[in-house]
Design a protein around this ligand. Structure first.
Ligand SMILES: *[C@@H]1O[C@H](CO)[C@@H](O)[C@H](O)[C@H]1NC(C)=O
Ligand SMILES: *[C@@H]1O[C@H](CO)[C@@H](O)[C@H](O)[C@H]1NC(C)=O
Ligand SMILES: *[C@@H]1O[C@H](CO)[C@@H](O)[C@H](O)[C@H]1NC(C)=O
Ligand SMILES: *[C@@H]1O[C@H](CO)[C@@H](O)[C@H](O)[C@H]1NC(C)=O
Ligand SMILES: *[C@@H]1O[C@H](CO)[C@@H](O)[C@H](O)[C@H]1NC(C)=O
Ligand SMILES: *[C@@H]1O[C@H](CO)[C@@H](O)[C@H](O)[C@H]1NC(C)=O
Length: 545
């Protein structure tokens, strides 16, 4: 995959040589991917349905990269509808144009291709990519995305004998067009039909370990709405990484992975050689859906036996306590050689508090979901392109209040503006009786606190200002709040959304416009030369003529 810089450089014309130098130092290698996105028939729950394949695969191929690599991903859309891929947790620093959500990037028209050029700058860890438009995520098109540490940076555990991507998620046997039609018709998403592990239903997946060796599992919840519990019969899970942060290496018998989240665990094959159940089940639901796969010891021919191990109780406390135990290892390195604890986030004063409350309700007789009473509706033009080309009337800055109003739900193209380099507090307030999961593109944030009840300024007294986990997706328990600190060091238009995909689709999202009046390339790159243009940006030019 790796190609010498020389051959990569032909991608760039002389006019962007300066930019090129700014984006990538000469030592950062290029990796090239050619992806063909097609429809295909898949049978994950035993019945045929329409899936979205990448190069014929469901789930799609993994991306394996190393910190600071430049990725050139040429995506051919062979579907009959517009398509975009987005990269969950990949920060795309100074470059929200390639984020691959409709607020920043024009859809790839059917039969056309678009080449994403991203740099995985100053990041390590386990992530995934997924299709962001329509309800494509219900059909596949997702895959694992890992960023390994550079060889000179110490990793706080021994090199594992193997490294597996484990994509788990709830699944519907109805195809994505049918699900989208349900939502478009003003109805709620129904209960799922099953759970998949790496695209396979019950007993369809097995991972093979050699006895005595230790393996890394990179688990991502790529499902549409349910928190899942993951466990392996007779084996412990040692948590080592969460969305790019090396954690305190706590050992758990099972772990909750909320929708949209990723984490790495180490598993040692320290049991008698036979097969063991891998178990994944929905959390906080009635009924509970459970699926199984197998952890197989090489050369064993004893099948898994005994009852499948039970999961935690349905009460929220177990999960909340586990969440609080997930913390940053301050002495371990992250993407850089200096310890993760060298950034003392707890000593920085926040300059602004944004409070976000989710709500559900009906607008014009149809089911909608909102943040601070605003239910997002897409504009006719990506917001980021409207900014770049100065196209008026696409959206209004601060079209969403920065605290709950308690008013009824209304529709708007909601954009909240914040200052570049501000250090802010965001409080997610959940007054509903479901668990929520929120994600911010372009950033990782410190999860400083979560608790039951209503957040008040006094809640700050309980914040973890020392070793909170630094990640990009956080859960909010029912009738509870979660507080995060974010250093707004990445200029751009960034998607803030619920990971409950039907709620996201029906408006529970907005864009955080991290703004500076500076036009320096040190702060933000210009629009990529190859950017697709659409809506009112059509006919503009990405470079002066
Ligand atoms: C993508 O796959 C489809 C179906 O196999 C094929 O017809 C098409 O030529 C492929 N396109 C590219 C660019 O490889
Ligand atoms: C989607 O499912 C519906 C209902 O089962 C079916 O009529 C339709 O043909 C399916 N579409 C595709 C492309 O498979
Ligand atoms: C589409 O793919 C071709 C290679 O087949 C490439 O030359 C071209 O740059 C791509 N177009 C875009 C917009 O990325
Ligand atoms: C999965 O395999 C186990 C052990 O072989 C078996 O008991 C169980 O019934 C299987 N589950 C399904 C859904 O086939
Ligand atoms: C934290 O990381 C260091 C490596 O810097 C490692 O030696 C130590 O065991 C880790 N501590 C915990 C509690 O995981
Ligand atoms: C933070 O605010 C406190 C109280 O206003 C002040 O005393 C302190 O100097 C500030 N710290 C920093 C690092 O600005």
């Amino acid at each position: 995959m790796k190609m010498p810089l020389k051959s990569a450089a032909v991608l760039f014309t002389a006019t962007c040589a300066v930019l090129f130098a700014a984006i990538a130092k000469a030592e950062d290698p290029y990796l090239f991917f050619n992806w063909n996105v097609t429809y295909g028939t898949i049978y994950p729950l035993g019945v045929p349905q329409q899936g979205i394949l990448i190069n014929g695969q469901f789930p799609g191929p993994d991306i394996h990269s190393v910190t600071n690599n430049n990725l050139v991903i040429n995506v051919f859309n062979s579907l009959t509808e517009p398509f975009l891929l987005s990269w969950s947790g990949i920060q795309n620093r100074r470059n929200s144009y390639v984020d691959g959500v409709y607020g920043t990037t024009c859809p790839i028209p059917p039969g056309k291709n678009y080449t994403y050029i991203l740099q995985v700058k100053d990041q390590i860890g386990s992530f995934y990519y997924f299709p962001s438009l329509a309800f494509h995520k219900a059909a596949g098109g997702f895959g694992g995305f890992r960023i390994l540490s550079r060889s000179v940076i110490p990793v706080p555990f021994a090199e594992p004998a193997g490294d597996f991507t484990v994509l788990i998620g709830d699944w519907y046997s109805k195809n994505h067009t049918v699900l989208k039609r349900i939502l478009d018709g003003g109805h709620k998403l129904p209960f799922p039909d099953g759970i998949l592990i790496n695209g396979r239903g019950p007993n369809g997946t097995s991972l093979t370990f050699e006895q005595g060796k230790t393996y890394r599992l990179r688990i991502s919840n790529v499902g549409l709405q349910h928190s899942l519990n993951f466990r392996i019969q007779g084996h412990n899970l040692k948590l080592v990484e969460v969305e790019g942060t090396h954690t305190l290496q706590n050992t758990y018998s099972s772990i909750d992975v909320h929708v949209g989240q990723s984490m790495s665990v180490l598993v040692t094959a320290d049991q008698p050689p036979q097969d063991y159940f891998i178990v994944v089940n929905t959390r906080f639901t009635s009924p509970i859906i459970t699926t199984t796969g197998f952890l197989r010891y090489a050369n064993s021919n004893r099948r898994a036996s005994g009852p499948i191990p039970g999961g935690p109780t349905i009460q929220v406390d177990w999960s909340l306590n586990q969440a609080r135990s997930i913390r940053t290892n301050l002495t371990a390195s992250g993407p850089r050689p200096n310890p993760q604890g060298s950034y003392h986030y707890g000593m920085i004063n926040t300059t602004r508090t944004i409070r976000l409350a989710s709500s559900a309700g009906r607008v014009n007789g149809k089911q909608r979901y909102a943040v601070n009473s605003v239910s997002f509706v897409p504009a006719d033009t990506p917001l980021k392109l409207a900014d770049f080309f100065n196209i008026p009337g696409v959206y209004r800055v601060n079209s969403i209040p920065s605290a709950p109003t308690g008013g009824g739900i209304y529709l708007d193209t909601s954009v909240l503006q914040a200052d570049y380099r501000a250090f802010i507090e965001i409080v997610f307030e959940n007054n509903e009786d479901i668990i929520q999961s929120w994600h911010l593109d372009g950033y990782a944030f410190f999860v400083v606190g979560m608790d039951g009840g209503q957040w008040t300024p006094a809640s700050r007294n309980g914040y973890n200002l020392r070793d909170a986990v630094f990640r990009s997706t956080t859960q909010v328990y029912p009738k509870s709040w979660t507080a995060i600190y974010v250093a707004l060091d990445n200029v751009g238009m960034w998607h803030l959304r619920t990971e409950f995909w039907a709620r996201q689709y029906l408006g529970q999202q907005f864009y955080l416009r991290v703004y500076t009046s500076s036009t320096s390339l040190r702060d933000e790159f210009p629009i990529p030369k190859n950017a697709l243009l659409c809506g009112r940006a059509s006919g503009h030019h990405t470079r002066p003529l």
